[in-house]
Unconditional design. Structure first.
Length: 299
């Protein structure tokens, strides 16, 4: 077994785990449909931080955490990644709760295109002709939405750009997965508390404490967030960025099925054309990776 194949077993399970969690997130948000999206994001951050700090203590990574905080460059990069992921969370929550699960799904189908371009432009990763063909097909696939589906396109592109940017910054930041996530949530904690307090002071009041189920679900959002982002951060550092993007089709596929069969959204012709084109692009890229047995490499 070559080195690339050996690293496959080390990075691929983390990526699949993260994307499966995110894939079922619309169902979780459906249970919290009565919670304003921005408030949900605030509580999500608030309950993620203590979980991260607990794991830092359990794993004895306090020194690594302090070293990262003392490094100004690392802290600034994590501030950028924290801003990007917070924006992504807010856009996603708004999309799901406003009945645009299919748009959110398309955004994460487009995300591989963003990852491929970022990997090529910023990380020096090289693509084969078949991979470039996949990129071209995916780019052509979103074109119909310019004429029929601008609202869907805006949601999809903003989700793809924010998450693609987050993954790129995390890959470039020399910090471990858990310390990095802990610092990110720490940087966001004051705005998150401010959001929670603002909703508590306004009518109809805070969603926290309204009923047991809502409170438990809001608390649980922290555990879900920490688990998924930790898995993703580990995968991002062990896999080529281009390959990582194309493993992520698990998540939007699950969201797509939920949009059709759980949320009963209507799939228009332009949207269907876009989905088919991007599915074809994913198939081309994955076939090329499989044929070369180059799914993952260690940087």
């Amino acid at each position: 077994m070559n080195h690339a194949a050996q690293s496959n077993t080390g990075g691929l399970p983390y990526a699949i785990g993260a994307y499966l969690i995110w894939g079922f997130l619309p169902l979780y948000l459906k249970l919290l449909h009565h919670v304003p999206p921005l408030e949900f994001v605030g509580w999500r951050i608030v309950f993620t931080l203590p979980i991260c700090l607990t794991f830092v203590a359990m794993r004895g990574q306090g020194r690594e955490l302090r070293a990262a905080i003392a490094n100004r460059k690392v802290t600034l990069l994590l501030l950028v990644s924290a801003t990007l992921i917070a924006a992504n969370w807010a856009i996603y929550a708004v999309a799901v709760q406003s009945g645009h699960v299919l748009a959110a799904s398309l955004g994460y189908y487009i995300n591989p295109l963003v990852n491929v371009l970022a990997g090529t432009l910023f990380l020096g990763e090289r693509l084969t002709r078949l991979q470039w063909a996949a990129v071209a097909v995916a780019a052509a696939g979103i074109a119909p939405l310019v004429w029929d589906g601008l609202d869907m396109l805006a949601i999809s592109l903003s989700l793809a750009a924010s998450f693609g940017g987050y993954g790129l910054v995390r890959k470039l930041t020399p910090v471990g997965s858990l310390p990095g996530l802990t610092i990110e949530t720490g940087l966001l904690i004051i705005p998150a508390i401010g959001i929670a307090m603002w909703y508590a002071a306004s009518l109809p009041g805070s969603s926290m404490g309204q009923d047991t189920q809502t409170s438990l679900l809001l608390i649980g959002s922290g555990a879900i967030t920490a688990a998924a982002l930790l898995l993703f951060a580990v995968a991002a550092r062990r896999m080529s960025y281009s390959a990582l993007g194309f493993v992520q089709f698990f998540s939007p596929s699950l969201a797509f099925l939920q949009g059709l069969f759980v949320f009963h959204e209507q799939l228009h012709t332009a949207q269907l054309i876009s989905f088919i084109a991007i599915w074809l692009a994913i198939a081309l890229f994955c076939w090329d990776l499989w044929s070369r047995r180059d799914l993952i490499r260690v940087d």
